[in-house]
Design a protein around this ligand. Structure first.
Ligand SMILES: [Zn+2]
Ligand SMILES: [Zn+2]
Length: 245
């Protein structure tokens, strides 16, 4: 399995997959400078902000206290990342976890979160979806982040747990639903794994996923982790869908 995975990582093409510059890493320096500039983002939902204001308008006016209070994203879910994420998820190219993790680690807030010795936890797939795809892209990201943390000059001491959460059901197509409806739909979708729940007690948990849209999935997963005894829950996502205007 390990050998197979290395083969996939190494088989990522040697030309930039955005501008075709060659030879280079899967996304060249020029394209990273152009498309992945770190931006000021809302601390709670990772929406881009005009400057470093802390919270976006929507998060400032929330009446409830969200289960997840800190979310960091590397890029917006837009060109060219949307196409590369589709390859990562749907075209058997888990090797994209490495460059995506690298971009996440370039964000200062990512490194700050990782310095708190969190337990990194992937958003799980249902068993059926995992069977079809053969890998969970969120777990691939966790493993890539963990490996890069260990090599990082400031030694970021995070731990990982693949099976902290179980996904009890598939969520219906959420695209047409508003935030409240999504949260209703997701109720009961996640639960802490009974065999591993004791490892969550009192910990700072860091949920990891490839994309977040309204944050409803992350919030529901965070609720399940807090119910299991986690001290607090934060999230790292590679891409954040820009809020619709
Ligand atoms: Zn390029
Ligand atoms: Zn926000």
């Amino acid at each position: 399995m390990l050998a197979a995975r290395h083969a996939i990582v190494e088989s990522l093409p040697a030309a930039c997959q955005v501008c075709a510059a060659w030879p280079t890493r899967p996304v060249c320096e020029a394209c990273i400078l152009r498309f992945a500039q770190p931006q000021a983002r809302c601390r709670a939902c990772a929406a881009v902000l005009p400057d470093d204001l802390g919270l976006c308008g929507a998060c400032q006016t929330r009446s409830d206290i969200p289960a997840l209070q800190h979310c960091v994203a590397a890029v917006d879910y837009a060109y060219p990342w949307d196409g590369l994420i589709a390859r990562f998820k749907f075209r058997s190219e888990p090797g994209w976890a490495q460059p995506f993790a690298q971009l996440l680690l370039q964000v200062t807030q990512t490194r700050q979160l990782l310095q708190t010795r969190p337990l990194m936890v992937p958003i799980p797939l249902t068993a059926e979806r995992l069977g079809e795809r053969g890998y969970n892209q969120a777990w691939e990201l966790v493993k890539a982040l963990h490996a890069q943390c260990r090599r990082h000059p400031t030694a970021l001491p995070c731990d990982t747990l693949a099976t902290a959460l179980v996904r009890l059901g598939e969520t219906p197509d959420q695209h047409s639903l508003g935030r409240e409806a999504r949260l209703r739909n997701l109720r009961g979708v996640f639960a802490a794994h009974p065999a591993h729940a004791h490892r969550l007690v009192g910990r700072h948990l860091l949920l990891v996923d490839d994309v977040t849209t309204t944050g409803a999935t992350l919030q529901t997963a965070a609720q399940a982790l807090l119910q299991a005894g986690a001290d607090r829950v934060s999230a790292l996502v590679f891409a954040r869908t820009p809020p619709s205007r």
